[in-house]
Design a protein around this ligand. Structure first.
Ligand SMILES: [Zn+2]
Length: 335
């Protein structure tokens, strides 16, 4: 088998070569930006490692290990993640269920109890006598106590255990944990490879890739959310706001109906383009109401705040209104 995605060949060869040589590191850390296929890579690796009768580097697809992995119920493949309701954005690990009950209260962290329970399960022998896999999806979600507990497991790993950590914000992971892992870096692929995995081509695919920062799976998600229409709505809405033809209250009500990921990407994309125009990097598509760099910076700070605040459904509309105030031409006359 080769890597699940064409730009992951070197990472796959590093792991498969180490396995063939009997030198597989007990902890692999797949790190890189969202949307470049880290979860797909780990899923393919799990499928191969759990297969009882692999054909070379290919899982057979028929044995007990393959069937249970495909059903998301392999007893030696343990997934730690924040609960389902508030899982950080990342490619879902295909075909795999979290083996913990969803928590009653939403949470965005992996806590120490989860890691302790993982330790107990890993110290028991493997159900099927092969690898025991522990996935942390994502490892960035470990809180401090959980990271310390994991560190102990990484320092003295139970037999036949392989830890698979996924991270899209490597700096958030304690250096002590990072240093115990073999780092597999994933980055955005060359444009031609990125385009090859998208379901569409043409201007909308170009736009999706641009707004996704070149990350193909993220771009694919944006295409599924009709990014072309959202991009137009955000562009014309902000133009109207800057020209005092719309106000934050009306716009925020309209935009609440837009798909969230596409709205975020369009807002950041608009800011990036506007900043480039404001510092004179591009000149062709200047709008009548070009805001200053200082105003765009304020909008940028508000945008970061908005992404944090809107997690709470009750404040989402207010957060969106607040975001739009710095660009509203009518703001001066209202105060
Ligand atoms: Zn198999």
């Amino acid at each position: 088998m080769s890597a699940p995605l064409p730009w992951q060949t070197s990472q796959w060869e590093a792991v498969s070569g180490a396995r063939a040589a009997g030198r597989l590191h007990h902890a692999l850390l797949a790190a890189g930006p969202p949307g470049v296929g880290k979860a797909d890579f780990l899923a393919a690796l799990c499928a191969w490692l759990l297969c009882e009768t692999p054909r070379g580097e290919e899982p057979c697809g028929e044995c007990r290990g393959c069937r249970q992995h495909a059903a998301g119920s392999h007893p030696d493949c343990i997934v730690l993640s924040p609960d389902y309701q508030n899982r950080p954005v990342l490619g879902a690990y295909p075909g795999q269920r979290c083996q913990y009950e969803p928590r009653k209260k939403p949470s965005s962290v992996i806590n120490v109890d989860q890691v302790r329970e993982l330790g107990e399960r890993l110290h028991a022998s493997a159900h099927y006598g092969g690898f025991k896999l522990a996935l942390l999806l994502p490892a960035d979600a470990l809180n401090t106590a959980a990271a310390n507990a994991l560190l102990k497991l990484l320092e003295e790993p139970p037999d036949n255990t392989l830890f698979l950590l996924l991270s899209q914000r490597l700096a958030h992971l304690p250096a002590t944990v990072r240093s115990r892992c073999q780092l597999l870096r994933f980055s955005t692929p060359p444009l031609a490879q990125a385009h090859a995995v998208l379901s569409r081509s043409g201007p909308e695919a170009d736009l999706a890739l641009d707004l996704a920062g070149g990350a193909p799976l993220r771009a694919q998600g944006l295409l599924g959310q009709d990014i072309g229409a959202v991009w137009k709505a955000v562009g014309s809405g902000l133009d109207a706001l800057l020209g005092d033809k719309a106000d934050p209250l009306r716009l925020s009500r309209e935009w609440l109906k837009l798909p969230q990921e596409a709205l975020d990407a369009a807002l950041y994309g608009w800011l990036r383009h506007a900043l480039r125009r404001a510092v004179g990097a591009t000149s062709g598509d200047a709008t009548a109401h070009a805001p200053s760099v200082a105003r765009l910076r304020t909008f940028g700070h508000e945008l970061d705040d908005f992404l944090r605040l809107r997690e709470h459904p009750l404040v989402k509309e207010l957060a969106l209104q607040r975001l739009l105030y710095p660009l509203w031409a009518g703001a001066g006359s209202a105060t």
